[in-house]
Design a protein around this ligand. Sequence first.
Ligand code: CTP
Ligand code: MG
Length: 231
Amino acid sequence: MTSRCAALIPAAGLGARLVDRRSDAPAVPKAFRQLAGQSLLRRCAEMLVGLCDEVVVAVPDTHLDLARDDLVGLGSAVRVVAGGGDRQTSVACALAAAHSQAEVIVVHDAARPLAQPEVVRRVLDALDAGAQAVVPTQPVPDSLRWLGVDGQNTPIDRSSARAVQTPQGFRRTLLEQAHAAAGPDTGATDDATLVERLGVPVTLVDGDPLAFKITRPLDLLLAEAVLAAQR
Ligand code: CTP
Ligand code: MG
């Protein structure tokens, strides 16, 4: 049986790289951008509310009411809190608000709105099987190069590299320890990085091609095309 689970959705980023500089439309934080009539945030929350006992969403403190409106109808298992100035702080804010009975935590970026329930189940199954920290990954299609500090660059064996996605899953106490130990301004772009600093190994599971991150305008176009093809 799956342990009691809380899902955290860091959604407090501004989406600076998504802004189309040719448009004079007012910038809305990325999580509130619409994709076929639904925000990225709502898509993630709807997917996770069916799989976890509670969902805690961290949004900019200027957008708490908008988030509550956006998530209306998803029930009391979904709660909204204010995030912080970087992703790590936003996750920490959501983690602090998670229900005390949650034993496992799934962290999923609002910026990955097309992730499918199956990848969440793979993560939860690995936790149930005893893993401490679980990360979905995908093979990298491009050839890769490592940039050295000396200006040199060297090829990397692509077959040994993986792209890291969310949802990532953790034993709750471990994630709390990792955030407490991390301190500010680590620059970490995910939670597994913080957990690994405690010396705890991370278990990899198959990621989801649809869990790609919406970062630039092209990613939003791709997501729209995926949804149009599904209709
Ligand atoms: N995030 C967050 N709080 C922040 C910064 C980021 O909750 N202060 C969240 C984003 O909302 C997103 C996830 O972390 O769901 C991954 O971050 P990223 O893709 O970098 O989103 P943004 O920071 O919004 O985008 P950008 O870096 O282009 O501004
Ligand atoms: Mg960012």
